[in-house]
Design a protein around this ligand. Structure first.
Ligand code: FAD
Length: 324
């Protein structure tokens, strides 16, 4: 029996959220007195696979089928299920990303397993139980859930666990073939367009996000968000009304009905902090809020707050960041 971690690649590297999932998986394996294996799919450099040893992974199974370069849920599920079967894995770990959530639910059906998404704790395993804590109601509350089926699937919330970096530890890499057929790709997208924000940084993967709301008054003032993002190497984002009014494109809208981001730093400029907005940003490590209203609800969720006029503060921040 082993723990199996599904790791996602981006531009040949392993995504940060998957490194977190790998560390989580190897800690669970330790708890259960077993080892953690990873399964990687698509285009990932061999060196990146080997380096998963730093997160405590002992072996990586890798399916290099060219058709897996773009995400196709049924094909990915077949590869992960094959790896789980080969390793007799009873605990499967993913990042709670869009891809993780899509394959997690399908795998739960296929393997007759139980699935917990948005998980924020290591399992409690006393007395043969497997109980994890997960965020519910857009992160406003937590629930402890017991996974009672033989196969347990855990999707780990981004930024809830540090990725370990035990330099020098390496994983062995083995080829895996799930013998995919054309039928597995019947529902493949015709084309996948990676939507960059203007800074060239992909919003869901960004380490720093600079986001603007209705307080910026109009698209003509968006240079403030863009300029700050540029000096910080950040992605740009916005609140829903901003994209509804066409000040910014819809792919930048974050929140309950938009994209979920989990950066190390989220800077919110002129955004009130409605619950629907917070739902998409509350797994950010550090939140900085700039708002002229000291009663703005966002300040309750902020690590740092600046009460004042964005049109005075942001230019000063840009100059300060340039001087770093
Ligand atoms: P406002 O609420 O108008 O806030 C503007 C803020 O700017 C205010 O706090 C004000 O004090 C401040 N301000 C004004 N001038 C300045 C200045 N010069 N300097 C500094 N600060 C200034 N919203 C989302 O963002 N994402 C979602 O996914 C989402 N989904 C939704 C789903 C549903 C079903 C519903 C009902 C709503 C949803 N909303 C969502 C909308 C949400 O409820 C809020 O209306 C929205 O987030 C408010 O956007 P805002 O903060 O940009 O604007």
């Amino acid at each position: 029996m082993s723990v199996l971690v599904f790791v996602e690649g981006l531009n040949g590297e392993i995504k940060k959220s998957s490194l977190e999932a790998a560390s989580y998986g190897s800690q669970v394996a330790q708890q259960l007195g077993t080892t953690a294996t990873a399964v990687a799919i698509g285009e990932v450099h061999e060196e990146a696979l080997t380096k998963l040893g730093e997160q405590g992974i002992s072996k990586v199974l890798y399916d290099a089928d060219d058709r897996l370069k773009q995400f196709v849920a049924d094909a990915y599920v077949k590869v992960i299920a094959k790896a789980a079967q080969q390793e007799s894995a009873k605990v499967l770990v993913f990042s709670n990303s869009n891809i993780g959530a899509a394959v997690g639910s399908k795998l739960a059906v296929r393997l007759n397993g139980s699935l917990a998404t948005n998980v924020t704790s290591l399992p409690k395993t006393d007395g043969g139980q497997f109980v994890v804590t997960r965020g519910v109601f857009s992160g406003k509350a937590f629930a402890d859930v017991a996974l009672i089926s033989d196969v347990k699937i855990v999707a780990v919330k981004k930024n809830s666990f540090e990725a370990a970096h035990n330099a020098g530890n390496t994983a062995t890499v083995e080829k895996l073939s799930a013998e995919l057929t054309d039928a597995d790709f019947a529902a493949a997208p015709k084309e996948t367009v990676m939507q960059d924000s203007d800074g060239g940084v992909l919003l869901p993967e960004a380490e720093i996000v600079v986001s603007g709301g209705r307080g910026l008054k109009g698209p003509k003032n968006w240079h403030l968000v863009e300029d700050l993002a540029k000096v910080l190497g950040a992605a740009t984002a916005c609140s829903k009304p901003v994209s509804d009014m066409d000040w910014r494109p819809h792919h930048e809208h974050v929140g309950q009905t938009g994209i979920t981001v989990s950066p190390n730093l989220y800077i919110a400029i002129g955004i009130s902090g409605a619950i629907q907005h917070l739902a998409g940003v509350n797994s950010s490590k550090v939140i900085v809020v700039i708002n002229k209203d000291p009663e703005a609800p966002f300040f309750k969720a902020a690590d740092y707050g600046i009460v004042g006029d964005a049109f005075e503060i942001v230019p000063k921040l840009i100059e300060a960041a340039k001087a770093l």
